[in-house]
Design a protein around this ligand. Structure first.
Ligand code: 15L
Length: 273
């Protein structure tokens, strides 16, 4: 957890969706410092509210619930939705229909900015020997990555037509530490996740900007040159874990698609048979 006293910027009311998910749980106590009221939401029970929090349960695919959720909200950190490769139906409900509901509610309720948890799986079918920037075409590695590419396009539409600003975070692998060799490139520490989300919320002008969410890792496949105006500066690095990760995974099968493509195991995950 960072010390936010250095930042005088505070939102009257921030909304965090997906507050019960892996990264939602991590962000929930952290975001409280950047707002007077943190509205937290999930489709199922979130437990008791902490001081300064208001809990509102809502399902992304329920338009009325989304309209109520977005009322009087200054900015949104949208971590809700499906976050792994799955069958099409839940992805359609949460990441396609749910995204349209979120943006429609934002338009009707006058929300100014959304920080959208997109994913590196939008570009998962680029190879691990390529460096990708945020203007290059998507190459999704599954239905999940495809749904996140849709979310980014939707954000672009709502910026162009209705002036709702979005920062789409193509989050890499945000865990306590990198779990394998791939994550030496994709790792995003929780403190850097907080830095990234806060930069995305507070940068003066963002339009629709796409940025990869990674720490300052020595190995990298992603180039954030076109997102410099966000002002995100990662301060952690996967390098401190490199020798222990390499000791655990001494060999790599060069014929394995998971080792060839940036999406790793996601490029092989198939709930579709
Ligand atoms: C993601 O988008 C997933 O939500 C997360 O579970 C990780 O596996 C991550 O990508 C990754 O690529 O490591």
């Amino acid at each position: 957890m960072l010390n936010p006293s250095a930042s005088p910027l505070k939102f009257p009311r921030l909304l965090l969706t997906g507050a019960g998910g892996n990264l939602g749980k991590e962000l929930r106590p952290r975001l409280k410092s950047y707002c007077d009221v943190l509205r937290v939401s999930h489709r199922s029970d979130l437990g008791p509210s902490a001081p300064g929090e208001e809990i509102m349960l809502a399902s992304l695919e329920n338009k009325d619930q989304m309209m109520a959720l977005m009322k009087n909200v200054d900015a949104v950190v949208h971590m809700g939705g499906v976050s792994t490769e799955q069958a099409w139906d839940p992805i359609l409900a949460s990441n396609i229909v749910g995204m349209v509901n979120l943006y429609e509610a934002a338009r009707l309720q006058g929300t100014k900015r959304i920080v959208f948890a997109s994913s590196n799986h939008v570009t998962g079918f680029y190879r691990q020997d390529e460096v990708v920037n945020t203007k290059m075409p998507p190459k999704p590695d599954g239905f999940y990555g495809l749904s996140k590419a849709f979310g980014e396009d939707l954000a672009e539409l709502y910026w162009a037509r209705w002036g709702i600003e979005t920062v789409s975070l193509r989050i890499g692998s945000s865990y306590v530490e990198p779990k394998d060799r791939r994550m030496l490139a994709t790792w995003l520490s929780f403190d850097d996740l907080e830095r990234l989300v806060v930069s995305a919320l507070t940068a003066p002008i963002v339009g629709h900007t796409i940025i990869y969410g990674m720490s300052d890792n020595q190995t990298t496949w992603w180039d954030n040159t076109h997102a410099k105006h966000i002002g995100y500066r990662p301060l952690d690095s996967s390098d401190v874990f490199r020798s222990s990760v390499e000791a655990r995974q001494t060999t790599i099968d060069g014929n394995d698609k998971a080792a060839i493509y940036q999406g790793g195991a996601f490029v092989k995950a198939s709930p579709h048979g």
